[in-house]
Structures are given as structure tokens and as C-alpha cells.
Design a protein around this ligand. Structure first.
Ligand code: PEP
Ligand code: MG
Length: 851
């Protein structure tokens, strides 16, 4: 039952009318801006959010008066105007006011066929969206056909038992009511909430005088934009279609013509040169005055040009960066504004190939998106198979239950990695991110059979060795077959924007880089140095793993020393390469932190190979592996515990670092290496290691006659180290928070296994996010605050940083800036995101301080 009160809360959009995005929506506000720019926008009324809400509730709007504003024989359109265009809304309805009388009049003035089309279009829209009749019934091959029009009128009457409404005010009233109700419906609400709209988001409506686009002389409609929404490059794009309305020209009809002169066919530039020139001028006016690249909807009505609507050009991240940079270069927006316009996380889309967003997706299984980017390849189930495929130039996706150091070569060879187990800081995830290889971990929905070399998807489909899949490491989905990809977009606009970011940010961004290849990536992304070189990763490659295993297996000091003597030159060469690539920028080398089990083979084949390599009986190898095996290796003989109990290893590493320092300083910029001790929990550990490293430094100075300095630091990754940071900081020059282990130990949550239940925990809101992914500012963050405050109190010069995987996240950067940290360190591929994000926080703070 409609309530009988009539009200008239609407206003005409004029240059001075009070129209706001919050009350009338983005479209109404944009139309006002276009009017202020002097563009020929037809007369438009705006209905506010409360008005539309009241209409949905059953109140009647004074549509008599509204229609009267458009003259004696009004013809109007209604379009939605929500606060954010991305929240959607009901579709536009055109030609309201068409009735028998208007049809007869228009048949005289613009021709019968054009009049038929106008009337039939309106009947179709009204029948489907207002009277909610079956769309199929109102389909018509030829809209200009008089018989089709008659049929539609009689079908309407048959279905509704009333003649098609003839009163324009009633037509408008019904249209407004149906659009208002559509917005309040549950499906529409859920849909917009999924796009980020608040539950009570309002809808405004705009009622606009129709520019017909049908009839003679030249009439039609089109859409024009001045940059490409995929690249941001300047170019005129769009189509024009004679005898059409709204966005018909983009519907793929072959009669739609080009806008600019084109050898392939006729163009608007030739057909209507004056109107085309005016459009170019309007586009330029919008760009400079609205400070945005707009897509403009226009109509030519008997030769007269009208601007119906304009929206921000829909664009991907690559285009977003270029548009912002070009606007700033042209002085239309400031550099600061350009920096603020780009969402930092969206940059990672530009660093890697991505699945084409327009491509159809056939999802096989989903897991945790552990390393972004997309790649296609045939499925393989072992590293050996990955290497074999790669040797033949065939792209492959390595699928493993989880990865170990034995898989490093396979990971290098593969185009993407998929594991059944693991979380965002598991071995596969960390290595893949460093390599820039797309990776999905914790895909627990699949059942892997190593024996049968296949995995079964949750829907029962079986993927066998050799089957083609696409890994979307950005979304965590494995897709069937060869899904189309789009290339990475590291162009000059990207570099320019990040250059501007560097000028304003006030926290350094280093990279976690283990190998010269990583360091080159870090350098390409202009990291301020290396914040974490995990030296054990240097031994995952090539023949080094065997020497490393010999060292681990050594029963006697001489055997161990022999292995270390082989490792020393390898390490030295690696460090020289890192120092040279980083050209004087700081390089922080972490001493060995191997959970020893990661270096041991875990199957019979591996054990046999190791026995062969070490020339030992298999039984000896088995015995030694058993002796070394721990119930809980991640809390076992790791990090500094190894340094205290088997000091020769750290001594070898310190020597390699110092000798490389001398060598690299001779060739280039002087190097001051940073040496970091992992997994510390007590001050005494630091004292013991420091004494030995100082002794090695003294020995190298004496042997070479060359002086050098170095900085010693501690990795704070046990809760105790954070609490006792005061004791520890007194003995070192920097503290770097390893938030992967710190999160693991603070929560008592295994970083390798938590993936199994993490999604449930997040769904049930036990944790707001996976704490291995987004820094837990409350708990782990409190330890960071305590650690940094106590460290700084004991040693005001101490350098503070974070180097866990959280380092590159915007949330962590905000936290670290507030806590007064000097730098964050993250995977090389996250460096650009971190640089932009750091700049945005600095700009926000500066803006807040400006009175
Ligand atoms: C950490 O624990 O946060 C860290 C950076 O070290 P890793 O991931 O090598 O344990
Ligand atoms: Mg750690």
C-alpha cells in the first residue's frame, strides 16, 4: 500500500545548487561539475538519498511537478547515483514520457521509424524493470518496426490487464519506485557490501531530459575517452553509432564507427567534424578541471551535441600509475597527489605477469596466495621432473606436499610452485617470493598421490603429470588449462612514481636477498640495501648442498674443518658479489640459521644418494640422521645455538665476510658489513659469539694488513629476546625483529602447519587476519614496542628494523614508522609496494600536521 503523502524533495542540478556526493551521489555531483565547466548537459534533477529511501518505503514523489520542469511534453531518463560508482545500482531507464500522443507527434517530426524505436525501447524497459514481466516476451528484431511496437503494447495489456500507462507523471513515479526498491533489495545490498559499501549506503537518482539520438538530421550516441584503460597511454578510444542511445555504440554492432579518422572505415571526425572537435575540447577541459581522465557519454540530437554523463575511466593498476604520473607531469595534480592516488598493493600486479582479468576461470583448487604473479605449465611432481622439463624448454608447475632444500633446483626450473601444506612463511613461500616465482601453498583441498603422480581436486577432477594448469599466485587459485595472461608493466611511469616516493618517505626499505640473483632484483627495485641475507639459503644450490651435508654430518673436528674449508671460498665469492651489486649500500648478513632437518634428505632415495656422495654405508647415514633428528626442529638446534655449540661454522662465515669486505672495498665503494646473529634468547649468547667474531676480525686484519670495520647485530625473534632487548642492545649496534619466528613463538603456532586451519580461524574471527601475513599489532606488536623501547634505552644509537615477511606490508610500515624504526626489509618483489606505502604515510602525517 502506497502512503498518500506527496512530497517534492528534489533539486535541479545547476552551477550553484547544493549537490553533494554524500547526499546525491557521485553521478549527480559529476554532472554538476560538467555544468560548471560549461558543457552542454541536458536539464537534470537530483533526488537525494533520503528521498529515494522514502520512495522505496512507499511515499509518493511529486512527479507531476518534476515532469513539468521539462516542459509540456517531457521525455526523460532516470539513472542511479550512488556515493561510489563501483557499488553499482539499478540500470538506467530512458525515454520516460513516451506514449501514444508523443509517438504520433514524433512520427511527424523525426520520422515514424525513429518514433517507433523510442516508444518500443521504453515499453521494453518499463515492462521488464518496472512491471517485472518476462524479458523474452518483449524481444524485437527490429525496434523501428511498427508491428513490433503494436505487439509489445498488446502483450503488455494481456499480461497486466491494463493498457500501457500513458501519463508521463505516473510512468516516472513507477520508474522511481522500482529503482528505489531494487536498491533496497537483499541481493543488491549483499552485492554492494561485497564491493565495500556500508550496509546503509544510500542511492540518489538523476532525472534528465532526453537527448534523443534518433531521427534526422544526424543523430546518435557514443562514448569517448582519451587514454587507454589498460596501459594509461594517451589515445582516443570509443565508438559512435548513428540512430542509437546511451552506450549502444559499445555493444559491438558493426555499424558503430570509429571516432578518429581510420583507414578501416568511416569516423565521427569525418561525419561530424564540429561535434568531434567540441568533444576533444570538452575532454581536455574535464582533464584539467576535474583533474582526472574521464570517459564521456554523448548524444548528437539532430546535429546538437549533448554530454549525458561522464565517469572516471575504468582502469587497471598499470593505467592508474601512468594516468597519475602524466597528470602530475602536466601540472594538473601535484606529485604528492599522484602518490596518494595509487594503492601500494596494486603495484605488485605490475611486477609480475597476471591472469588476464577478462579471461574465464576454471578453478581446480584454491590455497594460500604465497607469491604473486601467474604462470602456466604442465604439472610435475618432483624436482627432477621439473628440471627435465625445463631442460627441454617446457614450462612446468612443481607440485609438492611441501618443499625442502632438495627442491631448490626444481623450484628454480619451475614456472610456478604449488604445495599441499604450509603457510605464508613456509619454505616454499619464502623461496618462491625471493625467486619471484608464483606460488600457492596450503592447498589442503587437493589430495596428492606421489605414487600415482596425480592430485585430486575437491570436485573430484584428477590432474595428472603432464596436464596443463595455470597458477594464479596473486589470488591463490589453480586454474585448469592455459588461461590467458597479461604481461608485467614495469614502465617509465612506474619508475617515475617510485622516484617521487623516495623523495618523501622517511623510513628506509631494504630487501631480503640471499643470492646475487636476489640482490640484482633488489637493486633493480632500488632497495636501500640488504636487510637480511639468509646465508643457509646460499647452500641450497648446486653441489654446495652436499658439502653442507658433509659439514653437518662430520663427527670429528677435522672432518668438519675440511668441509668448512671448502665452503669458505664459496661464501667469500657470494659475499663479494653481494657487496659489489649493492655498491656501498648496507648488506646485513645473517649467520647460519639452519633448522638442521631442512638439510637432511627425507626419503630413502635421498638417503642413498647422500651415502654415495659421502662414501659412507647407508646404515651410517641413517644412524647419523637419526642422531640429528629432533622432535621439534624449529625450536631445536638452530641459529645461535649452533654458533655456541659448533663455533667453527660462524668463524668460517665471519672470515668469509671480512675477506670479501676487503676485496670488495678494494674494487669499489668501502663496505661496512653487518653481521647478524639469529634466534638469540640470552645476552650471553651474544657475548660468546661477539668475542669469537672479534677474534676472527683481528686475525684477518693481521693477516692482510688491511683495516676494516663491521657492525654486529642481533635478530630479535624469540619473545625472550624482545623482553631482554635492553641487555642485548648493550652488546650490539642493531636489532632486527624477525617477525616470522616471533609470531610463531608468540602464538605458539607453527609457521609451517598453521595453514591447515588458518582459514577457519580467520572465518570464525578468532584472528582478524593470518598473523603470519599481517603483523599482529596487538600481541607481536607489543613485543616489538617493548623490545625497541628497551633496546633504545640501553643503547640510544641502536638501529632498529624488521625483517620478517611482514616487512613489506603497508600495515607493518605504519607500525614501524610510529615505533621509530629505521628500516623495514622485505622480499625484493615487495620493495616497490613498501616504498610507495612509506611515502603515503609520510605524506599523511605531513598533511595532518599542516594547520
Ligand atoms: C624471521 O624469523 O622473521 C626471519 C626473518 O627469519 P626466518 O624466516 O629465516 O626464520
Ligand atoms: Mg627466523
Amino acid at each position: 500500500m502506497q502512503k498518500q503523502d506527496v512530497f517534492a524533495d528534489y533539486r535541479e542540478i545547476t552551477e550553484t545548487a547544493e549537490i553533494s556526493v554524500k547526499m546525491h551521489g557521485g553521478r549527480a555531483k559529476c554532472l554538476q561539475r560538467l555544468i560548471r565547466l560549461g558543457l552542454p548537459v541536458p536539464k537534470t534533477l537530483a533526488l537525494s538519498f533520503p528521498t529515494v529511501h522514502a520512495i522505496a518505503e512507499g511515499h509518493l514523489a511529486d512527479t507531476e511537478r518534476m515532469m513539468a520542469a521539462f516542459g509540456e511534453v517531457p521525455l526523460v531518463s532516470v539513472r542511479p547515483s550512488s556515493e561510489d560508482p563501483d557499488w553499482g545500482g539499478p540500470g538506467a531507464i530512458l525515454n520516460i514520457g513516451m506514449n501514444d500522443a508523443r509517438h504520433a507527434f514524433l512520427a511527424e517530426t523525426i520520422g515514424e521509424r525513429a518514433a517507433n524505436a523510442l516508444y518500443l525501447r521504453f515499453i521494453q524497459a518499463y515492462a521488464i524493470h518496472v512491471a517485472r514481466l518476462d524479458p523474452d516476451m518483449f524481444e524485437a528484431e527490429d525496434l523501428t518496426d511498427a508491428a513490433a511496437l503494436r505487439r509489445a503494447l498488446s502483450d503488455y495489456e494481456d499480461e497486466t490487464d491494463e493498457t500501457f500507462p500513458q501519463d508521463p507523471a505516473r510512468q516516472l513515479s513507477e520508474v522511481l519506485r522500482s529503482m528505489a526498491r531494487a536498491w533496497e533489495g537483499t541481493t543488491a545490498r549483499l552485492l554492494r557490501q561485497a564491493r565495500g559499501a556500508p550496509a546503509d549506503a544510500g542511492l540518489g537518482l538523476v532525472v534528465q531530459e532526453m537527448a534523443l539520438g534518433l531521427g534526422q538530421p544526424e543523430s546518435g550516441s557514443g562514448v569517448i575517452q582519451f587514454v587507454d584503460g589498460k596501459t594509461g597511454e594517451k589515445l582516443i578510444k570509443g565508438r559512435y553509432l548513428s540512430q542509437s542511445q546511451s552506450r549502444d555504440a559499445l555493444a559491438g554492432q558493426k555499424e558503430a564507427i570509429f571516432l578518429t579518422r581510420d583507414p578501416r572505415g568511416p569516423s565521427l571526425e569525418e561525419l561530424c567534424p564540429e561535434q568531434f572537435a567540441a568533444l576533444l575540447e570538452y575532454g581536455a577541459r574535464c582533464r584539467t578541471r576535474l583533474r582526472e581522465e574521464m570517459q564521456i557519454e554523448f548524444t548528437i540530437d539532430s546535429g546538437a551535441l549533448s554530454i549525458i554523463d561522464a565517469v572516471r575511466i575504468p582502469r587497471n593498476s598499470r593505467a592508474e600509475v601512468r594516468i597519475a604520473v602524466d597528470l602530475a607531469k602536466d601540472g594538473i595534480i601535484s606529485r604528492e597527489e599522484a602518490l596518494m592516488r595509487v594503492e601500494p598493493r596494486s603495484l605488485s600486479e605490475l611486477l609480475h605477469r597476471q591472469v588476464d582479468p577478462d579471461a574465464p576461470r576454471d578453478t581446480l583448487v584454491e590455497g594460500i596466495a604465497a607469491s604473486p604473479g601467474a604462470a602456466r605449465g604442465v604439472v610435475v611432481f618432483s624436482s627432477a621432473a621439473a628440471q627435465a622439463r625445463a631442460a627441454q624448454g617446457e614450462a612446468c608447475v612443481l607440485v609438492r606436499r611441501e618443499t625442502t632444500p632438495d627442491d631448490i633446483r626444481g623450484m628454480h626450473a619451475a614456472s610456478a610452485v604449488l604445495t599441499e601444506r604450509g603457510g605464508v612463511t613456509s619454505h616454499a613461500a619464502v623461496i618462491a617470493r625471493g625467486l619471484g616465482v608464483p606460488c600457492i601453498v596450503g592447498a589442503s583441498g587437493m589430495t596428492l598421490s606421489r605414487k600415482a603422480n596425480q592430485f585430486t581436486c575437491p570436485d573430484g577432477r584428477i590432474v595428472r603429470e603432464g596436464d596443463m594448469v595455470t597458477v594464479d599466485g596473486s589470488s591463490g587459485a589453480v586454474l585448469a588449462g592455459e588461461t590467458p595472461l597479461v604481461e608485467a608493466g614495469l614502465d617509465d611511469a612506474f619508475q617515475t612514481l617510485l622516484g617521487w616516493a623516495d623523495e618523501v618517505r622517511d623510513i628506509k626499505v631494504r630487501a631480503n636477498a640471499d643470492t646475487p640473483a636476489d640482490a640484482r632484483t633488489a637493486e633493480r627495485f632500488k632497495a636501500d640495501g640488504i636487510g637480511l641475507c639468509r646465508t643457509e639459503h646460499m647452500f641450497f644450490e648446486g653441489d654446495r648442498l652436499t658439502v653442507m651435508r658433509e659439514m653437518i654430518f662430520a663427527d670429528h673436528t677435522q672432518d668438519r674443518q675440511a668441509a668448512l674449508d671448502q665452503l669458505l671460498p664459496m661464501q667469500r665469492a657470494d659475499f663479494i658479489a653481494l657487496f659489489e651489486i649493492m655498491q656501498g649500500r648496507p648488506v646485513c648478513i645473517r649467520l647460519f640459521d639452519p633448522p638442521l632437518h631442512e638439510f637432511l634428505p627425507n626419503d630413502r632415495e635421498g638417503l642413498r644418494e647422500l651415502a654415495e656422495a659421502l662414501d659412507l654405508p647407508l646404515s651410517d647415514v641413517n644412524r647419523r640422521v637419526e642422531a640429528l633428528s629432533e622432535f621439534n626442529p624449529m625450536l631445536g638446534m638452530r641459529g645461535v645455538r649452533l654458533g655456541v655449540t659448533i663455533p667453527e661454522i660462524y668463524e668460517m662465515q665471519a672470515r668469509a665476510i671480512f675477506e670479501a669486505t676487503i676485496e670488495a672495498s678494494r674494487k669499489g665503494d668501502p663496505v661496512v658489513p653487518e653481521i647478524m646473529i639469529p634466534l638469540v634468547s640470552a645476552k650471553r649468547e651474544v657475548e660468546l659469539v661477539k668475542t669469537r667474531i672479534d677474534a676472527v676480525a683481528a686475525a684477518v686484519r693481521t693477516e692482510t694488513g688491511v683495516d676494516f670495520t663491521y657492525r654486529l647485530g642481533v635478530m630479535v625473534e624469540t619473545p625472550r629476546a624482545a623482553l631482554r632487548a635492553g641487555d642485548i642492545a648493550a652488546h650490539c649496534s642493531f636489532l632486527s625483529f624477525g617477525t616470522n619466528d616471533l609470531t610463531q613463538m608468540t602464538y605458539g603456532l607453527s609457521r609451517d602447519d598453521a595453514g591447515r586451519f588458518m582459514s577457519q580461524y580467520v572465518q570464525q574471527e578468532v584472528f582478524p587476519e593470518d598473523p603470519f601475513h599481517i603483523l599482529d599489532a596487538e600481541g607481536v606488536g607489543e613485543l616489538l614496542t617493548i623490545g625497541s623501547e628497551r633496546g633504545r634505552a640501553a643503547n640510544p644509537q641502536v638501529t632498529l628494523s624488521i625483517c620478517g615477511e611482514h616487512g613489506g606490508n603497508p600495515e607493518s610500515i605504519a607500525f614501524c614508522r610510529t615505533a621509530g624504526f629505521h628500516y623495514v626489509s622485505c622480499s625484493p618483489f615487495r620493495v616497490p609496494v613498501a616504498r610507495l606505502s612509506a611515502a603515503q604515510y609520510a605524506l599523511r602525517d605531513a598533511a595532518a600536521e599542516t594547520p
